[in-house]
Write a protein that binds this ligand. Structure first.
Ligand code: ADP
Length: 382
């Protein structure tokens, strides 16, 4: 028996289930894993029920006894909290019912999470199950940033606004950046660039988000691994009318067969770089489009903030890809951003400064840790 507390964090996507067992007090990760290719034809994992059972088997194989490891809560990352859910929320039948109703806003993201909650509650009935929402941090976006300029009544009726996502990461990273700089969060204006398979940017003034790149859904904004980011909404009607694609087909295309994958046939940045080196012109174009969009957003957020103290890179690409960081900020010295090439390329897994001492704005790499943030949210509720 141990007196240490542990939280199992579950993050279910449409075809994957990531899990991590975390000690919220020490920040130590006890076990981590990922069940992939859920529901795919050639996969042994038919659905989220079997995925969760598989995750539990993997934990057992790692020597973890979930029933005797100090487990106090299961934290479920929920992509879309809509207008009603902001705070970490204890899951009961009523809340689960409301989350199911929210699935209309996030048909690709919320249903697998709800499925996962039900199975997890059945398998671990004696601990608290807590929902933590990826939209929560952005609930207070200023109206000018949260509002789409479309028919007001229609927007109000159907809850159409810019919700923003990756909030768990943007909040965590902005806090870590402030800690690294030994400055209070309220005294800093920051830009956070979360660049993973999903990618988003945020502008945070004194700890409060004032702009973010994702909108009603996590499709808006930056170019991503498989998502288009910004496109003219006219593309959808045009494809529907002219190519005779259904709305579902168009949404699937924009979410799963677009972005870097759609342009280069590859979504992983490590392989993308290898393709570029081998002279693949599609890979080069995909990379150029990705960088161009990112630079546009950085410029826009510098303007939104007026004064910026820090820019932080995070998530798989942001933390590990020095070439992306260099190209994202190249030629921005006059805007106050100057990278130190040696600092930028020095290998490290810790928060670090990568700008020159003379750079007016400090550029950081800050590892994100959404699982730890979720685990801490869970115990704060208990
Ligand atoms: P997710 O949104 O699925 O959590 P991640 O944050 O893990 O995604 O980011 C995945 C992306 O990060 C991939 O494109 C991958 O190539 C990139 N990446 C991860 N590690 C490295 C690395 N060491 N060098 C370059 N890119 C990396």
């Amino acid at each position: 028996m141990t007196s240490k507390r542990a939280v199992l964090v579950l993050n279910s996507g449409s075809s994957s289930l990531k899990f991590q067992l975390v000690e919220p007090d020490s920040g130590v990760s006890l076990a981590i894993g990922n069940v992939e290719r859920i529901g795919e034809a050639a996969s042994s994992v038919a659905n989220h029920d079997s995925a969760l059972r598989r995750a539990f088997e993997m934990l057992t194989d790692d020597g973890i006894d979930l029933y005797n490891c100090g487990l106090v809560a299961v934290g479920h990352r929920i992509v879309h909290g809509g207008n009603d859910f902001h705070l970490p929320t204890l899951l009961d039948e009523a809340v689960i019912g409301e989350l199911e109703r929210l699935s209309a806003l996030a048909p690709l993201h919320n249903p697998p999470a709800v499925r996962c909650i039900k199975v997890a509650r059945a398998l671990l009935p004696d601990v608290a199950h807590v929902a933590v929402f990826d939209t929560a941090f952005f609930r207070d976006l200023p109206p000018a940033a949260a509002t789409y300029a479309i028919d007001r009544q229609l927007a109000d009726t159907w809850g159409i606004r810019r919700y923003g996502f990756h909030g768990i990461s943007h909040l965590y990273v902005s806090g870590q950046a402030a800690a690294f700089l030994h400055k209070p969060l309220v005294g800093l204006n920051q830009i956070v660039l979360h660049l993973g398979n999903g990618a988003s940017a945020s502008a945070i003034a004194g700890g409060r988000p004032v702009e973010t790149s994702m909108g009603l859904t996590p499709l808006e904004g930056l170019v991503m691994g498989t998502r288009s980011g910004d496109v003219d909404p006219g593309v959808i009607g045009y494809l529907w009318r002219t190519a005779k694609l259904s709305v579902d087909e168009i949404e699937r295309m924009l979410n799963h067969r677009s972005g870097v994958l759609g342009l280069a046939g590859e979504r992983d940045f490590r392989r993308l770089h290898a393709m570029i080196e081998a002279g693949d012109s599609s890979a080069q174009l995909a990379y150029d489009v990705f960088i161009h969009r990112l630079r546009k957003y950085i410029g826009a957020y510098l303007a939104v903030l007026g004064h910026t103290d820090a820019v932080s890179f995070t998530a798989g690409i942001g933390e590990h890809d020095a070439t992306v960081r260099r190209d994202a900020l190249a030629g921005m010295t006059e805007l106050g951003l100057e990278l130190d090439e040696q600092r930028n390329t020095a290998p490290s897994n810790r928060a670090r400064r990568i700008s020159t001492d003379g750079s007016r704005i400090t550029v950081l790499v800050v590892p994100t840790n959404e699982e730890l943030a979720i685990a801490r949210d869970c115990v704060s509720l208990l």
